[in-house]
Design a protein around this ligand. Structure first.
Ligand SMILES: [Mg+2]
Length: 342
């Protein structure tokens, strides 16, 4: 039966009948739901997940709720011809988890709303769900509800991720002070480099570009930085270093000087080639953490098995300067994702 009308959409937090009742694709809806319910582990913060009108979340005493929401739109955030469905599911959830990480929080549950065109092969949805659930399982969070609909064109995914943090302890973008030092986790530019290849018509294998296809959000690092009181301000690198650093500077009312040779650049492709500086500065979707720390605090060069690299200093002057290897100074304008993508 074809029910395309939005009025027949069903919330799958209210999953009495079928998860994909809005889709023409006949399946196996039941199989999909039971897969989600089976695969979805129960985080202790989820008192009630899929199966009723609402999910019920329970916070540890003295904690606050973190909520983040992200659209993932076909043609904007992914392309079916470039991105297999499992990485699309993985990347959708990474975006939310990475935001929780950037606050120093603990993720609890995700909520997935999916609109798909009627002709979307069932295997696409199955593999998408699989990619998303595999990451959810790694981070021990529950897929606790969502909604489905038929889309007139293209796949639209909205992900809400909920987490918690001890009251008053979330690491904000606004805490950087002149004199603080600037650090970044992992390396940068790997995701944008993959996009460059795909755009040039090359075939990028997920194995050669793990940071593009299967980025791992830095939840453990974010939590450790918050617990140890090391980070004065933090953001995840979703739009590109130049743009995300500008966000910290703007919110904190400061500027920064970044040392170009210090920026850790990703090695990508079959030949493990280092990405160029442009990708490292402006390419988005690396989902690393960018943070500042007071000058007196010793920041380890590894946290939770992830490299931490010093890349510059926070200054009073409210603009961002890039200092090249030869000591030349350039104004670093935010040219992150939105710009880069075109
Ligand atoms: Mg973010």
């Amino acid at each position: 039966m074809h029910r395309s009308d939005h009025s027949v959409r069903r919330r799958f937090s209210a999953l009495r009948c079928s998860l994909y009742s809005g889709l023409v694709v006949p399946i196996s809806e039941k199989a999909l739901i039971s897969r989600i319910r089976r695969a979805s582990i129960r985080h202790s913060g989820v008192a009630l997940g899929i199966g009723d009108d609402c999910a019920i979340l329970r916070l540890p005493a003295g904690h606050e709720i973190l909520v983040t929401t992200d659209f993932n739109l076909e043609g904007i955030h992914f392309r079916r011809e470039w991105h297999p469905p499992a990485p699309v599911g993985h990347r959708c959830l990474t975006r939310g988890l990475s935001d929780i990480a950037a606050m120093g929080g603990e993720p609890i549950a995700a909520f997935l709303s999916l609109a798909a065109p009627a002709n979307l092969p069932q295997t696409w949805i199955g593999n998408f769900t699989h990619g998303l659930l595999a990451l959810a399982e790694n981070f021990k969070i529950t897929l606790a509800g969502g909604d489905t609909a038929e889309s007139p064109a293209g796949i639209l995914v909205d992900i809400v991720v909920v987490g918690s943090v001890p009251r008053g302890k979330a690491v904000l973008r606004s805490g950087a002070k002149p004199g603080d030092r600037v650090y970044v986790t992992g390396d940068l530019g790997g995701s944008a480099a993959a996009l460059g290849e795909l755009r040039a018509g090359e075939k990028s294998r997920p194995a050669d570009y793990p940071r593009h296809f299967f980025p791992i959000p830095r939840v453990a690092v974010g939590r450790a930085l918050r617990e140890r009181g090391l980070a004065s301000a933090m953001i995840d690198v979703s739009d590109g270093l130049s743009t995300d650093l500008a966000h910290i500077c703007e919110e904190s009312g400061v500027g920064a000087e970044i040392l170009a040779p210090a920026i850790p650049r990703a090695f990508v492709g079959r030949k493990r080639k280092v990405v160029d500086l442009f990708h490292a500065l402006h390419g988005g979707e690396d989902y690393e953490l960018l943070f500042t720390a007071p000058p007196g605090r010793r920041v380890p060069n590894r946290i939770a098995d992830v490299a931490i690299t010093f890349i510059g200093n926070v200054i009073r002057d409210q603009h961002v300067t890039l200092i090249s290897e030869t000591g030349r100074r350039h104004k670093l304008r935010p040219q992150g994702w939105e710009h880069f993508r075109r």
